[in-house]
Ligand binder design. Structure first.
Ligand code: HEC
Length: 425
């Protein structure tokens, strides 16, 4: 049995123990959260976190480089016959993003294998088509080209990073919404000081044309109606909108000239001579909106146009199958048949993987206030003479240019001769 004194002694001992416990085990040290700050060069911090997704927590706290962009090239127009409305940034900065700031920012990181560069910028409108095929399409205010028959029109949005490899050679990574994003890569190119070429074995897209190099020859392929599903690298699974992307393809069907004759006789009174929906009896249903009519498969056209709710039903049902085929070709050619198709038949992919926030399953454009987010991931060392090697045992500093385009193939804004610094671990 404990005495009263013993009990008090135990209580004091317990108190002292708890007091000692408190002093011996202070609360764990919690570092203050890192507050991101703007830097004057692009700094890549070392991390073991593998920040290979846009939403990775690393990017919330990383420092960022704000690019005060300048005009790089302006006033250029393509001289290719039949290639129209591909130069949207004649005046450079005032034309980019409808004159609103691009808010172009870069963030970077590296680990033992890879360099990660996250790029964000504003662009009010997704421009997804590159050289789409239009029949009797609109003219180009900057060019005097004839617009009768097939022309190739429109352009996409691009991001370029160009690294100085010395002796006027450069490694150029081009992220293209039309050509590279669907497969989850950036186009890896090499500038030898005279020509820019795609790296050997890295081409993942092909021009969809009847005659090589002829921008008036018309499309060779169209969508075959099978949902376009694709498993990509870091970018993961996607479905590709057949209004803009061609992966599952078949030979382009129908005679567009004959189709146009039927269209003008049977459909134009409501849908308009130019497919703008404003005929003599306006249908208020336009065909000349990018992507909209080519994402309808041939198999489902018949049901839609012969639906009892369709005012033009009676003009469609008497047509022969051949006439319908020709007419659908004509409607596709109002919307624009994709100017390229995707191809990875060689099985070799570029080294530069890309993850972006674009939704490719159904592209709606314009998308007001859209901010592009693109993450590029490349091994530090590739071993290829056409690639820059980030050999950190030799140098922690690299020189690069960055460019943006907005529905324009030639004119660019951005900033040249910037430095990418790998911070020591
Ligand atoms: C009398 C006026 C009229 C004529 C003629 C007409 N259409 Fe239409 N069409 C409409 C209207 C109105 C709509 C929009 C409402 C709807 O979908 O029914 C439409 C919609 C359509 C659509 C979109 C259907 C969908 O579900 O997305 C297609 C395709 C179409 N028309 C094809 C044709 C073709 C091909 C012809 C010629 C053979 C034709 N139309 C003739 C009035 C007409």
């Amino acid at each position: 049995m404990k005495t009263r004194t013993q009990s008090i002694f135990i209580l004091i001992a317990l108190f002292l123990q708890s007091a000692c416990t408190w002093y011996e085990n202070p609360e764990p040290f919690i570092p203050k959260p890192k507050v991101p700050k703007a830097t004057t060069t692009l700094e890549a911090s070392y991390t073991i976190d593998t920040p290979n997704q846009l939403t990775h927590a690393y990017w919330n706290t990383s420092d960022y480089f704000v690019v005060q962009e300048e005009d790089i090239t302006t006033g250029l127009v393509t001289d290719i016959d039949g290639l129209l409305n591909v130069n949207n940034m004649q005046n450079g900065i005032p034309d980019f993003n409808k004159g609103n700031p691009s808010n172009l920012e870069l963030r970077a990181a590296y680990d033992d294998q890879n360099l990660y560069i996250k790029v964000t910028w504003n662009d009010a409108k997704y421009n997804t088509s590159q050289g789409s095929w239009l029949f009797n399409g609109p003219n180009d205010p900057l060019k005097a080209d004839v617009t009768d028959g097939w022309t190739s029109q429109g352009n996409d949005d691009n991001l370029f990073l160009s690294f100085d490899m010395g002796t006027s050679k450069r490694d150029v990574w081009k992220w293209s919404l039309a050509l590279s994003e669907p497969l989850g890569y950036a186009i890896d190119m090499y500038d030898d000081g005279i020509n820019i070429v795609t790296d050997v074995g890295d081409k993942i897209y092909e021009r969809n044309e009847m005659i090589a190099g002829d921008y008036r020859s018309g499309p060779k392929y169209e969508w075959d109606g099978v949902q376009q599903e694709l498993e990509r690298g870091l970018a993961g699974f996607t479905i590709l909108d057949p209004g803009f992307y061609l992966l599952n393809k078949t030979t382009f069907k129908g005679d567009v000239n004959l189709g146009d004759q039927i269209y003008q006789a049977e459909c134009a009174q409501c849908h308009g001579v130019t497919g703008n929906g404003q005929g003599e009896f306006p249908a208020d249903f336009a065909f000349n909106i990018p992507g909209t009519m080519t994402r309808i498969s041939r198999a489902s056209y018949d049901a839609r146009v012969s639906a009892t709710t369709h005012d033009g039903k009676g003009y469609w049902t008497p047509l022969t199958q051949e006439e319908k085929d020709n007419l659908i070709a004509r409607i596709y050619a109002f919307t624009g048949v994709p100017g390229y198709y995707l191809d990875n038949s060689t099985g070799s992919f570029p080294d530069v993987q890309a993850v972006s926030n674009t939704q490719l399953a159904k592209i709606t454009s314009p998308r007001e206030g859209v901010q592009y987010e693109v993450l590029l991931v490349r091994p530090l060392l590739t071993g290829s003479a056409q690639d820059i090697q980030f050999d950190l045992s030799k140098s922690m500093d690299y020189v690069f240019d960055i460019y943006l385009t907005d529905n324009d193939d030639l004119n660019k804004i951005g900033l040249q001769t910037q430095s990418l610094t790998f911070l020591t671990q």
